[in-house]
Design a protein around this ligand. Structure first.
Ligand SMILES: *[C@@H]1O[C@H](CO)[C@@H](O)[C@H](O)[C@H]1NC(C)=O
Ligand SMILES: *[C@@H]1O[C@H](CO)[C@@H](O)[C@H](O)[C@H]1NC(C)=O
Length: 353
């Protein structure tokens, strides 16, 4: 091997440790970059595993294959696939690390079969082994085998960062994530394992899975003969919703929903549950419906020739097209012209609509 080993290592470390460019706050950490490279390398191993193998089983093929297996040709093929040609940073790194990977490939991979461990943890010191954290790769809380009792994430796990403390999964708490949060009960506990299971939704605390196992009831539920039952907030003496809303009870809570637009107050959804109807609407088959004022016995449009149009909640009175509008009549075109010719100045004041 002709590696200026320390120099190459120094350059690679430098490249991997370059501070992230300002435009990308979410750039991978040096450890993540190293892990990414190793992942791609391992993928390359898989992709080249069956290459040059014709599927036969001749002695010649086996010999060729075993030669290829640890050959420099295979290494080069793997390295070629590590970076997209457009990925400048990756290619730059690869250039610096090539000799490392070659050394591992040709000399060290039997002694250190785990490339990640040898390359990212031991050689470049960018990562830690799983279950360890920080500059010195110390064991996480709860040990490196099952950090945080398997119920949480160890801060800095596998990296050179963090403090090894536990951030527990939902339902768990305590420094080792072995205790159950409120709303969960311990369904299994021995020296190494702790399992917390969710209470019934009606319990704030519980000792088992049903609504008979509640210690305390959740808000919106009350204890009744040993069971937490839903409170019907809508049945309260002072209803919780406004006059233009109706109340819908739900498990542990309630909602207020708007009455139908045809209602003045309501007891439920739609025009059939109105307390009263808005002006221009009347109850018909139990529902508030628009009144057709135009078809009432007492006609609302009283001028001569006038048309009546019903509208939601009301009506309009309009002269037909071309008719002249006067205070007490709609005047047909011929008559209007005639009137105009006779005494154009004596037209009644024209009222704008
Ligand atoms: C604790 O419980 C787990 C899960 O059931 C089990 O795998 C493990 O063997 C138990 N350990 C001991 C010491 O009993
Ligand atoms: C309401 O709560 C009861 C008791 O917890 C439960 O059995 C039921 O399924 C719940 N209903 C809904 C709609 O969530």
């Amino acid at each position: 091997m002709r590696l200026p080993r320390r120099a190459a290592l120094g350059l690679l470390s430098l490249l991997l440790l370059l501070p992230p460019a300002p435009e990308a706050a979410k750039k991978p950490t040096p450890c993540q970059r190293c892990r990414g490279l190793v992942d791609k390398f391992n993928q390359g191993l898989v992709d080249t595993a069956k290459k040059n193998f014709g599927g036969g089983n001749t002695a010649w093929e086996e010999k060729t294959l075993s030669k290829y297996e640890s050959s420099e040709i295979r290494l080069l093929e793997i390295l070629e696939g590590l970076c997209e040609s457009s990925d400048f940073e990756c290619n730059q790194m690869l250039e610096a690390q090539e000799e490392h990977l070659e050394a591992w490939w040709l000399q060290l991979k039997n002694e250190y079969p785990d490339l990640f461990e040898w390359f990212c943890v031991k050689t470049l010191k960018l990562c830690c082994s799983p279950g360890t954290y920080g500059p010195d790769c110390l064991a996480c809380q709860g040990g490196s085998q099952r950090p945080c009792s398997g119920n949480g994430h160890c801060s800095g796990d596998g990296s050179r960062q963090g403090d090894g403390s536990c951030r527990c999964h939902v339902g768990y708490q305590g420094p080792l994530c072995t205790d159950c949060m409120d709303g969960y009960f311990s369904s299994l506990r021995n020296e190494t394992h702790s399992v917390c299971t969710a209470c019934d939704e009606s319990c704030k605390t519980c000792s088992g899975p049903t609504n008979r196992d509640c210690g305390e009831c959740e808000v919106g539920w009350v204890l009744d003969e040993g069971v937490c039952v839903d409170v019907d907030e809508c049945a309260a003496e002072t209803p919780p919703c406004s006059a233009e809303q109706f109340c819908k009870n739900a498990n542990g809570s309630y909602t207020c929903e708007e009455c139908d637009s045809s209602c003045v107050g309501c007891t439920g959804e739609g025009p059939g549950n109105c307390k009263e109807c808005i002006p221009g609407y009347a109850r018909e088959h139990g529902q508030c419906a628009d009144v057709d004022e135009c078809s009432l016995a007492e006609k609302p449009c009283v001028r001569k020739n006038e048309n009546c149009y019903n509208t939601p909640g009301s009506y309009v009175c309009v002269c037909p097209d071309g008719f002249e509008e006067t205070e007490d009549a709609c005047v047909p075109p011929a008559e209007a012209e005639a009137t105009e010719e006779e005494s154009p100045t004596q037209l009644p004041a024209h009222e704008d609509l």
